[in-house]
Design a protein around this ligand. Structure first.
Ligand SMILES: *[C@@H]1O[C@H](CO)[C@@H](O)[C@H](O)[C@H]1NC(C)=O
Ligand SMILES: *[C@@H]1O[C@H](CO)[C@@H](O)[C@H](O)[C@H]1NC(C)=O
Ligand SMILES: *[C@@H]1O[C@H](CO)[C@@H](O)[C@H](O)[C@H]1NC(C)=O
Ligand SMILES: *[C@@H]1O[C@H](CO)[C@@H](O)[C@H](O)[C@H]1NC(C)=O
Ligand SMILES: *[C@@H]1O[C@H](CO)[C@@H](O)[C@H](O)[C@H]1NC(C)=O
Ligand SMILES: *[C@@H]1O[C@H](CO)[C@@H](O)[C@H](O)[C@H]1NC(C)=O
Ligand SMILES: *[C@@H]1O[C@H](CO)[C@@H](O)[C@H](O)[C@H]1NC(C)=O
Length: 880
């Protein structure tokens, strides 16, 4: 089962890696790849409420300030939920599914009866004080209807929705109802051009397609009304901004992208032109939104969603965008923030021009007619008698028709993304502002992923710190919407299977002062006794919080340290567990107060991500071991072990102890004296069963390894770049606090080292190899060192192995791998088998080949995945 699972995952992974290995034109910007500090699986979620029904595909949500209700549109139904508690049974429902007849028609049109031939609610908004307005795809024949809010019923027969609603459930679409006028943007029908429309007041307006097409295969993700008329000195109009990705028209020396992210805007008071641009927008302008890391040549051209953060004044409006890469098979997201003023600036700048349809777009340098094309009707124009767009001169409108695109691009704040993350595709987000104890205002973002997770992040000086990642849906499914309500202190997240309501913060999760301030959550502060929600406290100033650095304030507070003891025999291998709940912390061990050197091969210790291993314990290694979590340069003790190592029977001769498996099989004749849960206590019968299952699991894994490696081999050959080698970095890579967990934990190593320790593999398993760093013999190249295979009792024929130079002083891996690549696999195994333990160190080579890039990418993915796939219970707290 597990094997198959992993095999499928690995194959998928490698397929995509193979696909991108050749085309990956950039170095990965590791230092920006932000690791969420805390990972909470769905089983550990607290304070959440869930709404589920027989309906699926929840996607549209409507929640108004001081409204009691959360409206949710799904497939074939609309719900009115109690916004305080969405799981309450008081939910009201309007069932609205397409008829069987309609569905049949849909199938006859060649549409998919599993997705498209249903009534997906795409629009659900307030129409007036008493009614809502909704539109559904209605099995590829869109319909719209009014909803009587109070009674929560459709107040009339559904009306034609073709010109307001897309036909399909996944077609890009955005809509706004402003003063009972419906603004929509979509590529409505498959055959039609994308369009931005307003249905009223007469005449209905559209975008222009000739001679210049204003929109090119545009995929809309959002829209926003900005009331720029408020407080405007020149009588400016309100504007509506539309966000989308489209095929690029402009040629540029720096970019060669087929699609680009855009913002377009129109004036709310637009009435179209008189002769030119009749029934067309006279104020349409668009420009490019850039979100890139130019130093790495990373350009995020695909705009996935937009969140509009309204400020105190319309001028303070901010647009948050989630961007992705154009490669469909590469997961990566960037979050960029744009200021309205920057967008306005671009619309005041030079225009682009194309002489003939199809020719290159260049910046327009000629004369610009007056009044400036694309601007709204202002007080100045009204004074000149131009009080409606229909009175604009033909010359101006003709210019508008041919020049929809601006030359200047909109750059994000700080000219760089707030966040970049590999391995995650964010789908939707929402943000709010929280005042910290330091009186500063912090932007807090809630971002949903394509796998049903929610990341909560805080913007600290232009960088996002991910406070936590929460698994909201057990089965991976994309988050389809995120809404926030500060009144209800809730975040609402929808997905195909349901809607989840979560508190905006969960400070009780942090049990110590340090944990509370390390979180850097603006919602949370230490009261002296517990981590509390800042918003609910009257005496905010007495709370301890350090959002800026996550370090200071807890110096004089005490905290609990778990105390444990272990008694073992000389020669045993002992695993002292230390689980750090922060992904940003590194473990540090002391013995009788002085640091344990876990990286030195001869020290007899190994430190791993979740424990310390004492290898072949000696009597002089007894003492008090303390595990510290080091985070933000502060060392916090987590657990102490009083380890007593007592002398015992002479150890078996070295020949019987294999070098591959460092662990000793615990003997039942020598039960441990302290009664710690330990394998020593298992009966022989249990052991047998355990061995059997382990053989099965490891045998399966062996097969997985072989298949994967065969695949990798294929990948390598296909790449035609010769043998893979992982070069040892000359010096340890300078580590960054924001580095990925994988890298950070192994930063002290300038080479790769891998060991597998398992008490159960001894003599029965051939599937685990020992990779040993050969840096004395071969100049730092990673190498598999084969050797005394004959010392292992082998039942299974070894899988075919590529020839490797024999180095007799070490034991042999019986599952052989191309150099280096196998190192990734046991790191997966580590958690699969509670009693096998793997130490993995991975250097960050600067000058890696594209393939080793492929490799580190893969490693990162695995480590990332691993966190989400802790399928088995944690290993016993025992000697190995
Ligand atoms: C609707 O939900 C189902 C599963 O619940 C999913 O397979 C399908 O892709 C969803 N369709 C859309 C359009 O989101
Ligand atoms: C909504 O839920 C809250 C909390 O459970 C409850 O107090 C309130 O009465 C409910 N409102 C309605 C309209 O049912
Ligand atoms: C879709 O059509 C196929 C065959 O045309 C049929 O077997 C299947 O049951 C249909 N599915 C649904 C959900 O109607
Ligand atoms: C709101 O719009 C609906 C549908 O057009 C109409 O029946 C209703 O009277 C309107 N309500 C108000 C208060 O204008
Ligand atoms: C526009 O201005 C003209 C004269 O300047 C005036 O007659 C007309 O009523 C105005 N129209 C509107 C809609 O204000
Ligand atoms: C640690 O301290 C204990 C008692 O205080 C002593 O028995 C032990 O030998 C010490 N261990 C080391 C490695 O110094
Ligand atoms: C450790 O345990 C031993 C006996 O198991 C005890 O004598 C010793 O005092 C303990 N040391 C500490 C520091 O608790």
């Amino acid at each position: 089962m597990l094997g198959a699972h992993f095999m499928a995952a690995m194959l998928l992974l490698l397929t995509s890696l193979c696909a991108v290995a050749n085309g990956f034109p950039f170095r990965t910007p590791l230092d920006l790849d932000v690791t969420p500090r805390v990972t909470v699986l769905s089983s550990g979620l607290e304070g959440y409420r869930r709404f589920e029904s027989s309906a699926v595909n929840y996607s549209t949500m409507l929640l108004e300030a001081d409204s009691e209700r959360l409206y949710v549109g799904a497939r074939g139904a609309v719900f009115a939920l109690n916004a305080s508690d969405i799981s309450a049974s008081s939910a009201l429902t309007i069932e609205w599914e397409a008829s069987t007849e309609q569905k049949l028609q849909c199938v006859l049109k060649g549409k998919d009866n599993k997705t498209e031939c249903f009534n997906h609610i795409r629009l659900l908004q307030r129409f007036n004080s008493t009614h809502l307005y909704m539109c559904g795809t209605h099995a590829y024949m869109p319909l719209c209807a009014y909803v009587d809010e109070k009674r929560f019923v459709m107040s009339s027969q559904p009306e034609e929705g073709k010109d307001k609603c897309p036909y399909g459930p996944t077609t890009g679409f955005t809509a706004l109802i402003i003063d009972q006028q419906i603004y929509t943007a979509s590529r409505y029908d498959f055959w039609s051009f994308p369009d931005i429309r307003r249905n009223a007041p007469s005449p209905a307006l559209k975008t222009e397609n000739a001679p210049t097409r204003w929109l090119n295969e545009a995929d809309f993700v959002g829209s926003a009304l900005v009331r720029e008329s408020l407080g405007s000195s020149d009588g400016d109009d309100d504007k509506i901004y539309f966000f989308f990705t489209e095929k690029s028209q402009e040629q540029s020396t720096t970019y060669s992208h087929s699609r680009v992210a855009r913002v377009a805007r129109i004036c709310k008071g637009d009435r179209g032109g008189h002769l030119t641009l009749q029934k067309r927008w006279t104020s349409f302008l668009k420009t490019r939104l850039t979100c890139s890391l130019p130093e790495y040549d990373f350009h995020f051209n695909m705009l996935r969603s937009v969140f509009v953060m309204h400020g105190l004044a319309p001028q303070d409006t901010l647009f948050y965008g989630i961007f992705g890469l154009e490669w469909k098979n590469v997961k990566a997201s960037a979050v960029c923030r744009f200021a309205l003023s920057e967008v306005q600036e671009a619309f005041r700048g030079p225009y682009m021009e194309s002489q003939d349809p199809g020719s290159t777009w260049k910046e327009y340098v000629g004369k610009i007619p007056e009044p400036r094309p694309g601007t709204c009707i202002t007080g100045k124009l009204r004074a000149k008698g131009m009080n409606v767009s229909t009175s604009l001169p033909d010359e101006v409108l003709d210019f508008v028709r041919r020049h929809p695109l601006m030359s200047h691009q909109v750059q994000p704040a700080d000219r760089r993304p707030l966040l970049f993350r590999r391995t995650t595709d964010y789908t939707h987000m929402a943000a709010t502002v929280v005042q910290g104890v330091d009186e500063q205002m912090y932007h807090v973002l809630y971002m949903g992923t394509d796998e049903g997770w929610l990341h909560k992040a805080v913007d600290i000086k232009g960088q996002l710190h991910i406070i936590e990642e929460l698994q909201l849906f057990e089965e991976p499914e994309p988050v389809t919407n995120v809404l926030l309500s500060t009144e209800r202190t809730s975040v609402y997240v929808s997905s195909p299977s349901g809607v989840v309501q979560l508190p905006l913060s969960n400070c009780e999760r942090y049990t110590s002062c340090y944990d509370c301030i390390f979180s850097r959550d603006p919602h949370c502060g230490w009261s002296g006794a517990e981590c509390v929600d800042v918003v609910t406290q009257s005496k905010r100033s007495s709370l301890i919080q350090d959002i800026q650095h996550g370090r200071t304030g807890c110096e004089n507070t005490g905290y609990d340290v778990v105390q444990r003891s272990r008694s073992v025999r000389v020669g045993d291998d002992v695993l002292l567990q230390c689980e750090l709940n922060s992904n940003l912390a590194t473990p540090s061990w002391t013995l009788n107060g002085s640091e344990v050197q876990g990286y030195d091969l001869n020290s007899g210790f190994r430190t791993g991500t979740d424990g310390l291993l004492i290898i072949e314990a000696r009597q002089d290694q007894s003492g008090l071991y303390t595990c510290h979590a080091v985070e933000n340069d502060i060392k916090v003790a987590i657990v102490t072990y009083n380890v007593t190592i007592s002398p015992d029977l002479p150890r078996p001769p070295p020949g019987e102890r294999t070098g591959t498996f460092i662990a000793t099989v615990p003997s039942t004749e020598h039960p441990s004296s302290d009664g710690a849960q330990s394998l020593h206590l298992l009966s022989p019968k249990n052991m047998e069963a355990m061995y059997l299952s382990l053989i099965t699991v490891l045998g399966g894994l062996c097969v997985v390894l072989t298949v994967v490696l065969a695949y990798v081999g294929f990948c390598l050959r296909a790449d035609q770049r010769g043998k893979y080698s992982l070069r040892a970095a000359a010096a340890a890579h300078p580590s960054s606090k924001r580095s990925s967990r994988c890298r950070k934990q192994h930063r002290n190593s300038a080479h790769m080292e891998l060991k597998t320790v398992s008490s159960h593999c001894n003599g029965v398993c051939n599937g685990v190899s020992k990779l040993h760093n050969g840096d004395t013999q071969d100049g730092g190249f990673l190498q598999i060192v084969p050797g005394e295979a004959q010392t292992l009792a082998s039942n299974d024929p070894p899988p075919p192995a590529p020839p490797l130079p024999p180095t007799p002083q070490h034991t042999s891996p019986e599952c052989d791998f191309p150099n280096g690549l196998s190192a990734t696999l046991p790191s997966v195994l580590r958690r699969m088998n509670g009693n096998s333990y793997v130490l993995l160190r991975q250097s960050d080579s600067e000058n890696t080949s594209p393939l080793s890039h492929c490799f580190s990418e893969e490693l990162n993915r695995i480590l990332e995945k691993r966190k989400h796939t802790q399928l088995l219970p944690r290993p016993d707290e025992s000697s190995v």
